[in-house]
Design a protein around this ligand. Structure first.
Ligand code: 9MR
Length: 381
């Protein structure tokens, strides 16, 4: 077992199963557990913008809070309602990823209907703020609508549904979304294809991944097309499976351009020391790479507070993850999966862990923010 493994506890696995069955997130997720601010008297808002710090060619991104675990929260959608939060994501980042708003369950409430309002709002905001957008995601086993997961379709119908989805969504945002996570989390931790969970892989195997890439490429020839997963930071069975698949797809002429390492780390496991080496295995194939969902969760008490030693480890992990990306020339974006502990997915999904982001619940800087900033500064000649 790799040490940085993303481990979801029983309750969270229940939520995953509900989502995989097409359950509505509002009922599947318990919602975030508000915890007291970790703000110290000296803590303050950031006095530097992360987006200004890195070397050329490296975008600094964030997941835009909305939907998913937040749908069950007692407050309105943060992206739509929290002005201070909006100001931070505008100022700090040069790339945005929809946390949930581009997933099937949001875009496709019924088979014949697309709802783009939530996704459009994030893209409009990005353009107003000079930010690029990372599209997440087109082919995944989770957060699919019930009509898709429980419906009866022939092979031709199912394939046509995916083609229609990709053509419509990628086509709508052609020229406005730079990167697409075309296929997300298609292997389990042993490197075995998720045929049991993913309705498309179940029928068509990896051939559907090649199709998805081709359909996305036809819909937007300029989009940079990725495979993306968690627990692939280190060299191991899962990242090996991706390496082999990437080689296969490239040999077959499929338009694959990048590999995304999510980077959901925990201080309870050692840092993946070979992260940079692993990224280079993919750039050696001619692909670009990205860290797409970085966060570092720590054990927290019932009040959401972390021990100083764990905070120190978190700081170290953030710094080293960012350093690995900046060291690899073809690492083109680094996205944090949330910027503030107030809206992070972690407490809902990993009870007993939290405080995983770089700003506290009051949007004040934590030591992890400084670690990210320092590692980015080090990349500037
Ligand atoms: O942050 C997302 C959370 O709001 C959702 O409830 C959850 C449901 O699966 O998905 C979270 O985002 C995931 C991302 O889409 C794919 N990689 C793992 C992320 C964290 O679970």
């Amino acid at each position: 077992m790799r040490a940085t493994r993303l481990v979801l506890p029983g309750a969270a696995l229940g939520a995953v199963a509900a989502l995989a069955l097409g359950g509505c997130t509002a009922t599947a997720d318990p919602g975030p557990t508000p915890s007291p601010s970790s703000t110290t008297p000296e803590a303050a808002a950031p006095d530097v913008a992360l987006r200004d710090l890195p070397r050329d060619g490296l975008a600094i991104g964030v997941a835009v809070a909305g939907g998913g675990h937040l749908a069950a929260s007692g407050y309105p959608d943060p992206f739509g309602s929290d002005d201070a939060y909006r100001a931070v994501i505008a100022e700090q980042f040069s790339s945005l990823t929809h946390e949930n708003q581009l997933k099937w369950e949001f875009l496709r409430p019924t088979r014949d209907e697309f709802r783009f309002e939530g996704a459009d709002a994030v893209i409009d905001f990005a353009e107003e703020n000079g930010q690029q957008v990372r599209g997440h995601t087109l082919l995944w086993h989770s957060q699919n609508p019930r009509w898709l997961t429980t419906g009866t379709f022939t092979d031709d119908e199912l394939r046509a549904l995916l083609q229609e989805h990709i053509t419509t969504v990628v086509g709508r945002y052609a020229g406005r979304i730079v990167h697409w996570d075309v296929a997300n989390e298609i292997f389990d931790d042993d490197g075995v294809l998720r045929t049991e969970q993913n309705p498309f892989l179940a029928r068509f195997g990896t051939a559907i991944v090649a199709d998805a890439l081709r359909w996305a490429h036809e819909a937007d020839p300029d989009a940079v097309l990725y495979l993306n997963d968690f627990n692939v930071e280190a060299v191991g069975p899962k990242s090996d499976a991706y390496l082999a698949l990437a080689q296969e797809l490239l040999a077959a002429g499929a338009p694959l351009h990048g590999f995304g390492v999510q980077g959901h780390l925990s201080t309870q496991y050692p840092f993946p020391d070979d992260l940079e080496t692993n990224l280079r295995r993919f750039t050696d194939l001619g692909l670009e790479v990205a860290i797409t969902e970085l966060d570092v969760r720590v054990p927290v008490d019932a009040d959401g507070r972390a021990e100083p030693d764990d905070v120190a480890t978190q700081v170290d992990y953030y710094g080293r993850a960012v350093a690995a990306c900046v060291a690899v020339e073809r690492c083109t974006s680094l996205t944090l999966w949330g910027v503030t502990d107030r809206y992070s997915w972690v407490p809902s999904w990993s009870p007993g862990e939290g405080a995983a982001t770089v700003l506290d619940e009051d949007l004040a800087v934590k030591p992890a923010f400084e670690a990210v900033a320092d590692a980015l500064r080090a990349s500037t000649p």
